[in-house]
Write a protein that binds this ligand. Structure first.
Ligand code: CO8
Length: 375
């Protein structure tokens, strides 16, 4: 079977961002308005007053300091708290396609590959803006790629599952060059009026170009040493939004049609599983954690990443061991581990190995062990 190489990565970062303080101010203004509206019922003990959010809590509980968003005004307007994303006509490029094309151009340039040489496009992300046609086919059209494309969704693990699908396609001979993109507009499905989760997500798009090893022009890319995927059903992270919602009018607009999670349970159940998953994957490749120069982990929670890295390495991880980008980006779902890889992979030497690992709803975990190639 031919080897597969990650020869390029790209990142699109929206131009607008929101700091914790700005987000908390909007949330607390809304809380004041709601409590004022319910003043009498609260005084009579019939209604519990809503509690305020705090920047200190957010940074301490998650490590998040700010997040990029496709639109900040709509999110920060206490009367709305939903991003403003105007509909586009069918003749215009969709917003997810536009983000993906920005990120894809970066990956193609790094790999010195022309879009016409790509013969497969995979869009792998948590939320797709429409049912069909597939966003991947639209990207294929606007970039001028050959072959075929499709969309897939494994929530936060979409990118690593997408890399596995791309590597399988190349190794089986279905494709030679695969563009795998992760256009995540998490602000679209986040309840900015939920104190427990309003701070968690941000928007971004990543792109990864994978090529058959004998075709690469950029010689110092990363060979895919192995991929390992795992899923187990859980309701602890869930979103019931879908095309059947209109079949029950009473459910339309209810809070379960947005992101909901039991964050504590997720933290407790997923962390040990991730460490076990990576250790098992490395063992199957006759490697150990000490052979890894870097862990590019899913970026959901700083404490979570430190716990996973500590369990794996058996010591306190340094910033070099497991780079963090969630302070600036928050959780960008499937894009997170790829942003970490994109920003923190150029300094490794030929022969150095690392693991990209994402985890999230499903539950799902995907790990990709990679090795830096000689330039
Ligand atoms: N401000 C101040 N205080 C707060 C706030 C707030 N905003 N929120 C909660 N508190 C209080 C609580 O009321 C509680 O108070 P008390 O102790 O008096 O009861 C206290 O703080 C502690 O609350 P928690 O136990 O909830 O806090 P945690 O320490 O557990 O931290 C986290 C909460 C940060 C959510 C943490 O549990 C966490 O990060 N868990 C893991 C989450 C995770 O990784 N999820 C993965 C989801 S992503 C994914 O799979 C993709 C989904 C698809 C994306 C779609 C886009 C929207």
């Amino acid at each position: 079977m031919p080897d597969v190489v990650i020869s390029g990565t790209g990142l699109y970062t929206p131009s607008e961002s929101i700091s914790n303080d700005e987000l908390v101010e909007a949330f607390n203004n809304w809380v004041d308005q709601e409590n004022d509206l319910n003043r009498e019922a609260i005084a009579a003990g019939e209604v519990e007053p809503l509690a305020k959010s705090s920047s200190e809590f957010i940074e301490k509980a998650s490590g998040i300091v700010s997040r990029y968003v496709v639109n900040r005004d709509g999110v920060l307007d206490p009367q709305r708290m939903i991003p403003r994303i105007p509909d586009r006509s069918n003749d215009q490029m969709s917003i997810q396609c536009e983000m993906a094309i920005h990120a894809a151009r970066g990956a193609l340039a790094q790999a010195q590959v022309d879009a016409t040489e790509v013969d497969m496009v995979i869009v792998a992300c948590s939320n797709l803006q429409r049912a069909y046609p597939a966003i991947a086919v639209e990207i294929q059209h606007y970039l001028g790629c050959d072959g075929y494309g499709y969309d897939m969704n494994v929530a936060c693990s979409s990118a690593t599952f997408g890399i596995k699908a791309a590597a399988d396609a190349i190794q089986s001979g279905s494709a030679k060059r695969v563009l795998m993109v992760n256009p995540e507009i998490c602000s679209g499905h986040l309840n900015f009026r939920d104190r427990d989760s309003h701070f968690i997500f941000g928007d971004a798009c990543t792109a990864v170009l994978l090529e058959r090893e004998d075709l690469v022009r950029r010689k110092d890319g990363y060979k895919v040493v192995g991929c390992h995927l795992w899923t187990q059903f859980s309701n602890n992270i869930r979103n019931n939004f879908g095309f059947l919602n209109r079949g029950d009018e009473e459910g339309v607009g209810k809070l379960d049609k947005l992101f909901i999670q039991n964050g504590r349970r997720v933290f407790k159940e997923v962390c040990p599983q991730v460490a076990k998953h990576i250790a098992g994957h490395l063992e199957s490749l006759e490697l150990t954690a000490s052979d890894m120069s870097r862990l590019w982990l899913h970026q959901a929670n700083l404490n979570m990443n430190q716990l996973v890295a500590r369990k794996l390495l058996g010591r306190e991880p340094t910033a070099q061991d497991a780079p963090v980008i969630l302070n600036e980006y928050a959780n960008t779902s499937s894009a997170g581990s790829i942003i970490a890889f994109h920003k923190h992979s150029l300094d490794l030497n030929a022969g150095d190995k690392g693991v990209i690992c994402s985890f999230g709803a499903g539950y799902s975990i995907g790990s990709v062990v990679v090795e830096r190639q000689q330039g």
